[in-house]
Design a protein. Structure first.
Lengths: 129, 652
């Protein structure tokens, strides 16, 4: 390569220009690509936020509907309509237990296991002639 | 690189090409910046930066167990741009009408009315709002929804008006095209999803939060309500506005030509901070019991008004507060003008003369000062008595007694003359001081309902008869809550407790931010005096007392009846009474205080006089019996005996 001729200088310049164009183009394309990815990501985030908000709205709506259905007057109305005959416990129906309920249940169970009062069983025996 | 490639013609050609390229770029720049400038500027203007408001959700109001008493639901304000409708969608109109619950003819009229005469044209809520509606519709195609709420305030305003017209586009006759006509402002999420699927071009909606009260009229006077402008009007909604309101967020961003947000250009994103939830001390079940009892009282006696309060004497928290008449929180705006009084929280906003229930002040004071003991006797047949050098007439008693009554009997029989004599033993100033100490003549500090302080005139302004009347509950005006608070003082062991309704503040995640606890105002009487008073008050529900109908089998009930004549046309009436029974149980270990006050039930009461023992005492008993299993109120004297089984542990 002749370094001091005009043609050689032009050659070098062209190579340089091409390299610069190629580099800038690559950087530019890269930036465009990154911006595009940022855009996609941002919109995905926005969509996720929208979905989350939608779910929360549905939860709120459902909670409100459940609360409305749990209104005592509604429950009583359902009780009447469906003939459930449910009612609040009355004082006389409540047996108060002042002991450990686990021990109480255990003692009740054991009382059944070791109860000596066996039920009488009778068998008919026919005598052989 | 060869020398031949860089020959002069080739260099010239390359230079020309480069010049052409740069020339082309320059020409394009001139085209964009000069020739096409206006059009591009319009585009840029559309795509300019914007600030989007993100509305915060108002917090919930919960009962003590977390049941929702007030919540904010997302609803869709659905509208239509009649200019954007296409004939192909007309076959979908019946389905749309069905989803909206609207007659097809009415829907058709809205959809086909494309212009409005200018003189009748509704002013747009704001030009921006109208423009937003106009632009969003056609571009959206169908049921377009902007989650972030473009100019939420504008759309809220638009939602309030039934239609918006574009003022600039009036035709020669002055008719203006309608760009927004409201179809419904109560479309739920699921219905909106169906409408979206229907895909009717020009129909679009905007989400707004609306207050919803799932229990309708439950605790209406306590919960209060928020009006359509999202402004709290009464009740906890107003008192706790600071906690409930929340903080709107905002997004600084850019939008494209279709007004869609370009999320990648967000520069600021301040998320909304939803409001805190307020947990009340109100128990929905207790409240329901109180309201059901009021409904029974209303059906049976048709009173002018009535109030029931249930509170916990250990903490001062209100478990239930119900007034008759009441109203539906979801329908507050549909209440007829002549029934607006139903919104009044009569438990704290109305005063009445308490009658015999007020005798607890004179007796407690006399006991506390050591002037009397439960066995001290008084002549309750006296008509007149000397007091400070003057002869004073004593109030009338309904019964004649053949012996001197002890303090216990005075309470039991509710003797006016006995109470008056104890008031006089205390003296004007001391009696007044005790009445003040019990909380009368001053607001209790209850946060909702527009509380009044009652009327307790200082001794300097008393006439000669006041000292004989006030100990019996006349010449003094109180609220039901004050009277409940005074009885609660006896039940709590002599300490005046501040009546409280808010138990907790919770953040969005359900974590407790602040918890309210018992708040003692002052000690009024000693614990011993309070215990003695509680014991004396159990006599009221005994067979010889004034209210045996309030007795609950197996439980020590302490309470006091009150039957006071109302002032009609400036004089006490014999046909109009306020009947009350205020008490608590179990007397030796109080767990609940119940106040029942019924105003003017005489007309439908057998005998024509609404006695406290007839009208109020049975309700006390009925409520108490329901509360026993629910609140697990145990009779203090009962302790089950062990069965002696081998597996049992010996408990002390």
């Amino acid at each position: 390569m002749q370094k001091h001729s005009n043609s050689a200088f032009v050659n070098q310049m062209l190579v340089g220009v091409l390299v610069v164009i190629g580099t800038c183009g690559s950087v530019g394309l890269g930036m465009v690509g990154i911006r595009h990815q940022i855009s996609i990501l941002a919109n995905e985030n926005k969509a996720i936020e929208a979905r989350t908000a939608a779910v929360e709205r549905r939860c709120t709506e459902t909670s409100a509907a459940i609360a409305a259905e749990q209104d005592p007057s509604i429950l009583m109305q359902r009780n009447d309509v469906w003939h459930l005959a449910l009612g609040p416990a009355r004082a006389e129906q409540v047996q108060r237990v002042d002991e450990d309920p686990v021990m109480r249940m255990a003692s009740k169970h054991n009382r059944g296991l070791f109860d000596t009062g066996a039920t009488p069983v009778t068998f008919r025996i026919a005598a052989q002639p | 690189m060869s020398k031949g490639f860089a020959s002069t013609p080739r260099i010239a050609l390359l230079a020309v090409l480069i010049l052409l390229v740069f020339g082309g770029i320059g020409a394009r720049l001139v085209w964009l910046h000069v020739l096409d400038r206006d059009e591009l500027l319009r585009y840029v203007e559309k795509a300019r930066r914007q600030i989007l408001v993100q509305t915060a959700r108002r917090g919930d109001i919960l009962d003590t167990h977390g049941a929702i008493l007030a919540t904010s639901r997302s609803l869709i304000v659905l509208g239509v741009d009649p200019q954007s409708l296409v004939p192909a969608d007309e076959k979908k109109w019946p389905q749309l009408a069905g989803l909206l619950g609207m007659p097809l003819a009415q829907l058709r009229e809205i959809l086909t009315t494309k212009t409005r005469a200018s003189q009748h044209a509704a002013q747009p809520a704001s030009p921006a709002g109208a423009a937003a509606a106009a632009e969003t519709g056609p571009d959206a195609g169908s049921a377009k929804l902007n989650f972030w709420g473009t100019a939420a305030a504008d759309l809220k305003a638009a939602a309030r008006s039934d239609d918006d017209t574009v003022l600039d586009d009036a035709d020669a006759q002055g008719n203006r095209p309608i760009r927004w006509a409201k179809l419904s402002d109560t479309v739920g999420e699921s219905a909106y999803a169906d409408i979206t699927r229907l895909n009717v071009r020009g129909v679009y909606g905007e989400r707004v939060y609306r207050r919803d009260y799932p229990h309708n009229d439950m605790a209406a006077h306590v919960v209060g309500y928020v009006n359509r402008d999202e402004k709290p009007v009464t009740g906890i909604e107003r008192f706790a506005e600071f906690y409930l309101r929340g903080q709107d967020g905002w997004v600084e961003s850019e939008k494209d030509g279709r007004r869609e947000e370009l999320a990648q250009f967000r520069t600021r994103d301040v998320p909304p901070s939803d409001g805190y939830s307020v947990v009340l001390s109100i128990d929905a079940e207790v409240q329901h019991i109180a309201e059901a009892e009021l409904a029974e009282i209303a059906a049976k006696y048709q009173p002018a008004k009535a109030t029931i309060i249930v509170s916990d004497p250990r903490t001062g928290f209100i478990l239930g507060l119900a007034n008759y008449p009441s109203f539906d929180l979801n329908q507050y705006n549909k209440l007829p003008a002549d029934e607006q009084g139903a919104m009044r929280n009569t438990a704290v906003a109305d005063m009445y003369e308490p009658g015999s229930v007020f005798k607890i002040v004179a007796v407690s004071g006399a006991l506390q000062e050591g002037l009397v003991t439960p066995s001290t006797t008084f002549d309750c047949n006296l008509d007149k008595i000397d007091y400070r050098g003057l002869t004073r007439s004593l109030p009338r008693d309904d019964d004649h007694f053949d012996h001197r009554l002890s303090v216990a009997e005075i309470i039991e029989h509710s003797s006016n003359r006995g109470a008056a004599q104890m008031g006089m033993m205390l003296g004007d100033r001391k009696f007044y001081d005790y009445a003040r100490a019990f909380g009368f003549g001053q607001p209790t500090g209850f946060p909702v309902g527009g509380e009044v302080g009652g009327v307790l005139t200082p001794p300097e302004k008393w006439d000669g008869l006041t000292i004989t009347r006030m100990p019996t509950g006349y010449s003094v005006d109180v609220t039901v809550l004050q009277m409940n608070q005074a009885m609660e003082t006896i039940a709590s062991g002599g300490v005046l407790l501040r009546p409280q309704i808010v138990r907790e503040i919770r953040d969005q995640t359900g974590e407790t931010v602040y918890r309210f606890g018992r708040s003692d105002v002052r000690r009024v009487v000693s614990e011993q005096t309070a215990r003695t008073m509680a014991h004396l008050l159990t006599g009221v529900v005994s067979a010889d007392g004034t209210a045996p109908g309030a007795a609950i089998p197996g439980y020590e009930v302490a309470g006091k009846t009150g039957t006071v004549r109302k002032i009609i046309d400036h004089q006490y009436s014999d046909n109009h009474h306020v009947a009350s029974f205020i008490g608590f149980f179990p007397a030796s270990r109080p767990q609940v205080v119940i106040s029942v006050v019924v105003d003017d039930a005489d007309a439908h009461t057998p005998g024509g006089i609404a006695w406290g023992r007839v009208v109020a005492a049975p309700s006390f008993k009925h409520i108490g019996e329901q509360l026993i299993p629910y609140l697990d109120i145990t009779p203090p004297m009962e302790r089950p005996v062990g069965t002696g089984l081998a597996m049992e542990e010996n408990h002390p």
